[in-house]
Structures are given as structure tokens and as C-alpha cells.
Design a protein around this ligand. Structure first.
Ligand code: 3LM
Length: 392
């Protein structure tokens, strides 16, 4: 696939052509754990890394490889590497690139699971983890032991924007690498590598899959680092994506641009109408009053994503609103064609504890809406009736 083709064309075609063995037009699901390598000498070469080829599906598989190539093409990176989940991808990055004595800095908030992984697990291995309040805070605190800087933009669930170019320059100045979790933006809206990010990761479970039927993860970046991740973080830890999941992701990604247009349009309309009421705090980067709006205009292709968060004031009101919604299924996860709603403080981010939650702005009244691709007017009608039931 010619990488000079435009994004929508690459979303459809990158990563696979006709199956060379059969001419199959759709990517076949290579449901096999192992691959015959023919003779002992070839086996030796494959295991030594002297010859490229599939030999065991924990390390690589043709259907999974097609997904990796499609994602690398969309992110504009040399390569990509798939994992069984977003957390599997994050774990592999950390276990492969860090050693005892290193430091990791992160810009909060992050998805609660990622922050938990950083804060709970890494200190056990002699790795120091610290939170920077903002890029300026990072500037004074990066040391020659800081190996990685980790961020999400927009962040889960408060939709905080971070200037990727600014943080990439700061990280590189200290000899650290920037890892960007691009789950919320997707490569359709932001390609972090264009702004200097070294590694771009996704919970592919979300917009890449897009249909709420698969758990997966992926890391995009330079070929040498990804080979290191494949031979260590993937091979030794084994959080490998299965071929059926890769097939679902490949199928989903063909419509990523179309779905994102619908998600963004629906979310924008809902955010504007919520903000126009004037009695609720609304978080959406597309609103002119959002503190990251100008940055979002530069960094997000003029569209602002499919997630809207709002603060209903306290937990009781949030609960009444969530319980009254009909079209928004109350469930964690996001990026599904079907609308989802959740209460981050008591679910996805609960492990962080009250003090950290408040410091990150994940307050008891905060509700996160993942706006699906249903007709936005129907979604708005549902939100209006739920707000009435919550007496707002
Ligand atoms: C959620 N998030 O509802 P998986 N990075 C980001 C994420 O949002 C997530 C991950 C990584 C949610 C999942 S919580 C029980 C459900 C920005 C996941 C982790 O391992 O594929 O779930 O990705 O916010």
C-alpha cells in the first residue's frame, strides 16, 4: 500500500491486499498457534532473528501483522506492534524500556488503570514515578534518570489538552522519550509522532475497533524500538493479540474516519447544548471556553473527539442522571458506535482514591459520555429528559 495515499484510503487498504495463498479479498483469520518452518536451518535463522517470518503466534501472526501495518500507516510511524489489551501494551513498554534506578514522569490525569500500573507496580522494581502538574512543572524536574514521559491528550476523563511539541522537546532535552496514549484522539484527529512523540499507544478496544466487541492494544513508533518490544515485552510477557481480535480491529479501522466524523459531530452538538444551559460545568475541547481549545484546534485536525464530560455537582445528581439515561448504556469503555455513560470516580478511576481523584478534577459529580453514532437529536432528547429527572 502506497503510504502517500490519503488517510481514508489508507484506513481501507493499508496492511493487506489479496491473500497471496488464496486470493481472498478480506483478510483471512490465520487461526494457528504455530507455523511449520520447513527445515532445521531455517528454524535456527528464524529464532536468531536472521530471517523474518512467522513461527509462533505469541510473537507474530499474519492477521495480527496486517492490523499492525494498518495502524502504523495511519499513525505515520515506521512500525506498530499489537497487544492483547491497552494495558498489555503499556506493560510491555514499561517492562522493556525501564530498569531499576530509572524515573517515569506522567501528566495527570491518565486512565485509572495506567496510573495504577505506574504507581503501584513500578516502585516495586526500584523505578521512581512522579506526576508533573503541567509542562512547566516538568521542565524543572526532569533529570538524566527520567527515561519516559507519559501523557494522554485529551485525557481520560477530564479532556485536558497537552501541547505535544512542547513536552516532546522538554523530554528530548533531558534524554527521555515521550509516550502518548492516543486512545481518545485516534490518528484521525491527532498523529502524535508528527509532534515529536516517540511512542504512540492505544487501547484498540475503543475507537480503533469501534464496535465494542474486542479488547486489544497497540504501540506505534520506530522499527528498532518496536523490535525490542516484540523480542522482550511481547515475547517474554506474552500479552499477544489473537488473530480473531486482529480481524475485528482491521474491519473496524476501515471505517475509523467515517465513525470519527459522526462521533465528533454528535459530541460537539451535545457539548454546545449542555454549555448553553449555563448551569453545568461541561468539558469538551471543542468549546471556545475550554482551556485547551486553541491548542486543540492546532493539534486535533479541527475536530475535537467523541467524549463529553459534565459535572452535575454531586454524586447523587450524577447517579440520578446516569440511571435515567435510556440510549446511553451505563458501562465503562468508550469509542463504541453505541453511546455509553459512566461515573469515572466510582468506576474507571476508583482505585486512585479520593485525594488523588479530587486533585485530578475527577469529582463526585463528574459524568463521562461516550457519544456514539446514533442520531445526535435522539441522544440530546435522552440527555434532556435525564437532566430533568436529576432535577437539573
Ligand atoms: C475506560 N479505558 O472506560 P484496555 N488507555 C486509555 C483507556 O481509556 C484505557 C486503557 C488505556 C477504559 C476501560 S475500565 C475497567 C474500562 C486512555 C481503558 C486500557 O486494556 O484495552 O482496557 O485499555 O476508560
Amino acid at each position: 500500500m502506497d503510504n502517500s495515499a490519503r488517510f481514508r484510503t489508507r484506513a481501507v487498504h493499508a496492511g493487506h491486499g489479496l491473500d497471496p495463498a488464496t486470493g481472498a479479498h478480506a483478510m483471512p483469520i490465520y487461526a494457528t498457534s504455530t507455523f511449520g518452518y520447513g527445515d532445521a536451518a531455517r528454524g535456527q535463522r528464524l529464532f536468531a532473528g536472521e530471517e523474518q517470518g512467522h513461527f509462533y503466534s505469541r510473537l507474530s501472526n499474519p492477521t495480527v501483522r496486517a492490523f499492525e501495518e494498518k495502524l502504523a500507516s495511519l499513525e505515520g510511524t515506521e512500525d506498530a506492534l499489537a497487544f492483547a489489551s491497552g494495558m498489555g501494551a503499556a506493560s510491555a513498554i514499561l517492562l522493556t524500556l525501564l530498569r531499576s534506578g530509572d524515573e517515569v514522569a506522567f501528566l495527570a490525569p491518565l486512565y485509572g488503570g495506567t496510573e495504577g500500573l505506574l504507581q503501584d507496580m513500578l516502585p516495586k522494581f526500584g523505578i521512581r514515578v512522579w506526576e508533573a502538574k503541567d509542562p512547566a512543572d516538568l521542565r524543572g524536574r526532569l533529570t538524566d534518570r527520567t527515561r519516559l514521559v507519559w501523557l494522554e491528550t485529551p485525557s481520560n476523563p477530564t479532556l485536558r489538552l497537552t501541547d505535544l511539541r512542547e513536552v516532546a522537546d522538554l523530554a528530548h532535552g533531558a534524554g527521555a522519550r515521550l509516550v502518548v496514549d492516543n486512545t481518545f484522539s485516534t490518528p484521525y484527529l491527532t498523529r502524535p509522532a508528527e509532534f515529536g512523540a516517540d511512542l504512540v499507544m492505544h487501547s484498540a478496544t475503543k475507537y480503533l475497533g469501534g464496535h465494542g466487541d474486542v479488547i486489544g492494544g497497540v504501540v506505534a513508533g520506530d522499527a528498532a524500538t518496536l523490535l525490542d518490544l516484540r523480542l522482550h515485552g511481547l515475547r517474554h510477557v506474552g500479552a499477544s493479540l489473537g488473530p480473531f481480535e486482529a480481524y475485528l480491529l482491521l474491519r473496524g479501522m476501515k471505517t475509523l474516519p467515517l465513525r470519527m466524523e459522526a462521533h465528533c459531530a454528535g459530541a460537539h452538538l451535545i457539548a454546545e447544548r449542555l454549555a448553553a444551559r449555563g448551569d453545568l460545568k461541561v468539558y469538551y475541547p471543542g468549546l471556545p471556553e475550554h482551556p485547551g481549545h486553541d491548542l486543540a484546534r492546532r493539534q486535533m485536525s479541527g475536530r475535537f473527539g467523541g467524549i463529553v464530560s459534565l459535572d452535575l455537582g454531586d454524586f447523587a445528581a450524577a447517579q440520578q442522571f446516569l440511571d435515567a439515561l435510556q440510549l446511553f448504556t451505563q458501562a465503562v469503555s468508550l469509542g463504541d458506535v453505541e453511546s455509553l455513560s459512566s461515573h469515572p470516580a466510582s468506576t474507571t478511576h476508583q482505585l486512585l482514591g479520593e485525594e488523588v481523584l479530587n486533585a485530578h478534577g475527577i469529582v463526585p459529580g463528574l459524568v463521562r459520555l461516550s457519544v456514539g453514532i446514533e442520531d445526535p437529536e435522539d441522544l440530546w432528547a435522552d440527555i434532556e429528559q435525564a437532566l430533568r429527572q436529576a432535577r437539573r
